[in-house]
Design a protein around this ligand. Structure first.
Ligand code: 16G
Length: 262
């Protein structure tokens, strides 16, 4: 790395200038994901600045998700975030494979439970349908913990899933194979949240770290809801992508009726 000296007459604080300088190495691709950054001491010497300034710049880069710091080992360029397109219905397995990552699951709970009135509402259950399958899984990409998903499945439609081994297989694939359910559309709500304690423990992040709290209701080929999922995705690992288009007024075809004055 060639260190351009920081400009002490610049009104921008030195830590901010250093942060921008380091960021340019990441954004240009000169520093690759997982590559180690120069040590704090090396940065102090190269830029002729104090350790406090270096630490502040690194803390900002870490908070914005550009680097990860490991006490004792140093700072490393983060892996790229996983992007999910919002206009396509995909499974976690498909999302990860599309990015060349190895999907994984740890099944935390797989049992029958009584649905809360909200779950019953989202799944469109009648009062007589008193049981749903709860499938709680930790989702990983290349063995890294990415999300905790709590899926509630319509028991009548998804019965074989209760006994199935979902630690190595895709839920959506198994639903199609075992239950003839083809996930066809979904309604999804995404909210920024502070990670609750239990999920933070599972994801090995600090309680209160930024996460995406997602609720999804997924419908089959007959437009029947079969799953309601509540999940927490690590905010530093996941990005949702949507392509937006302006509404275009429908083209008028055929003749236009002109009202005659009376
Ligand atoms: C995604 C879905 C989740 C679904 C899962 C199936 C979101 C927010 N959630 O993670 O609703 O249950 O895929 O994944 O995208 P699988 O087929 O890999 O088990």
């Amino acid at each position: 790395m060639v260190a351009t000296p920081l400009d002490k007459s610049n009104p921008l604080p030195l830590y901010h200038q250093l942060k921008e300088a380091l960021l340019s190495h990441i954004q240009s691709g000169e520093w690759l994901p997982e590559q180690q950054l120069p040590s704090e001491r090396a940065l102090c010497e190269q830029f002729q600045i104090s350790r406090i300034t270096v630490r502040q710049a690194l803390a900002d880069l870490e908070q914005e998700g550009w680097i990860v710091r490991d006490q004792g080992r140093g700072a490393f360029v983060s892996r790229p975030r996983i992007e999910q397109r919002l206009n396509h219905l995909t499974s976690f397995t498909q999302d990860m494979r599309a990015r060349g990552q190895r999907p994984g699951s740890v099944v935390l709970q797989q049992c029958l439970v009584r649905p809360t009135s909200w779950v019953a509402h989202y799944l469109g259950l009648r009062a007589s349908q008193r049981q749903v399958i709860l499938l709680k899984r930790m989702r990983t990409a290349n063995n890294e913990r990415i999300a905790v998903e709590k899926a509630f499945l319509n028991y009548q439609l998804c019965r074989p899933i209760l006994e199935d081994d979902l630690s190595q297989q895709s839920l959506y694939a198994r639903l199609t194979e075992l239950c003839n359910i083809v996930p066809t559309r979904a309604e999804q709500q995404i909210q920024a949240a502070a990670c609750p304690t239990e999920e933070a423990r599972l994801l090995k992040i600090k309680s209160g770290s930024p996460v995406l709290h997602i609720r999804r209701t997924t419908y089959d080929q007959h437009d029947q809801p079969f799953e309601f999922v509540e999940s927490y995705y690590r905010g530093d690992k996941y990005v949702f992508y949507a392509e937006l288009r302006v509404d275009v007024a429908p083209q008028q075809t055929g003749s236009v009726a002109v009202k005659q004055p009376t």
